[in-house]
Design a protein around this ligand. Sequence first.
Ligand SMILES: Nc1ncnc2c1ncn2[C@@H]1O[C@H](COP(=O)(O)OP(=O)(O)OP(=O)(O)O)[C@@H](O)[C@H]1O
Length: 472
Amino acid sequence: FSQSLLQTVFPAEVRFASLKFIHRICNWFSAYCYYDITEIDGVNTNELYNAVQLYLSSSASITGNRLSLTRGLNSSSITFGLSNNDSLIDTFNGVKVLWEHVVIPRQAQTFSWRPLPEEKRGFLLRAKKKDKAVVLGSYLDFVMEKANEIRRKNQDRLLYTNSRGGSLDSRGHPWESVPFKHPSTFDTLAMDPHKKAEIMADLLDFANGESFYQTTGRAWKRGYLLYGPPGTGKSSMIAAMANFLGYDIYDLELTEVHTNSELRKLLMKTSSKSIIVIEDIDCSINLTNRKNNSTHSFSPPGAGAGAGSNEDGGNTITLSGLLNFTDGLWSCCGTERIFVFTTNHIEKLDPALLRSGRMDMHIHMSYCSFAALKILLKNYLGYDDDDVEKQLLEQLEQVIEKAEMTPADISEVLIKNRRNKNKAVWELLEALRTRAERNDAVKSSADDEEQEKRALESPKEAKCDEEKESSG
Ligand SMILES: Nc1ncnc2c1ncn2[C@@H]1O[C@H](COP(=O)(O)OP(=O)(O)OP(=O)(O)O)[C@@H](O)[C@H]1O
């Protein structure tokens, strides 16, 4: 009765104005301010809504009692989220804020050009008025940043390769991609633990070094040169680096790139937080010494003898083009990028590539050491130090260096007998011994040859010395 009386006595405009007035007074005295972050902002999806949802998924997974679980397309992990109309308190730099996930049914008659979700979703952020500056100034930026990080971690990373002959795909992109699923990690990588720790620390320093690179005025990039015999784990190391940092990999096939400008365009289309790899750099292009080549140009194998005459016109990549790719102004079109070159023959590389500052870290991937062998025994057979007889372990240690076997060779022996662990270790010892003996034999015959050569040369040398003395 009162409601209908009020409605007849007071017109709608008056009621609306008085409600607004009461609201304003309440707001005036309230210690809090509120922010609405709706899922759809007009007709566009609100990026901030998605970011908040992801950000809260990290805190909700720890503290929430009731969570909504989702798993996105192309993702291998489950994300947690706040349930409908649930709330959660978050703290940032000592400032407490409350997040509420508000979900209300959308009115059926709402008109829109595109189909809208049946529910109207949004986040309500409540903060103290005195903390308004912190919330608007840095908290929301922090939320966006954190969400990007989580998105990168959740999403499967991609392995890119440049398209054949520099052709573009349907989106006009020069890179083709597939999900990157290589299981290699620093735990599975067999190498000296100190070296491994050093590389991991270097990678972490790089990834967390934004302010360092900014204050020193250096481009935020780093170069690694991996060298060593085939099968020592260079590719596995690259995969481990990507898995460790959560970066995408761009596997650059240099033989498919014909000019320096093509190389630059490829670089421009790579994203930040990525590893750009050129494997077997000594085989990819004909890297002869610059001094021997007046045009400073190198043609991919099969590009023809006269290809070096015109930098961008012919089928030519120059060493300077490659160095510009990693070093010059173009290398900075994007941030947080790692360049990795691999080679089996470091001696074949042009000194310009090896000069200090060009490749920041040279990593020698060597034959399997005893420390690396222990990692392989653990990975393949589940053996710890105590599980292998002490004597057997000592025998392995004695021959491993002499045998000069790569981790790939050792893995083969272990895989073959992995159902019979004891047999696997004995067979490995046998293989190591055979290799060590063979290497000893080769070495001693090489020594003999050297001695014979010296003996043949020595009479000549003696004669020379005599002549020198007499003329002196
Ligand atoms: N250091 C290592 N730790 C663990 N596994 C290794 C290691 N080195 C080699 N392997 C094993 O051997 C296989 C071949 O290794 P990988 O391709 O990484 O060697 P590579 O040095 O890149 O060889 P290439 O120079 O021929 O490309 C890998 O699949 C891995 O299983």
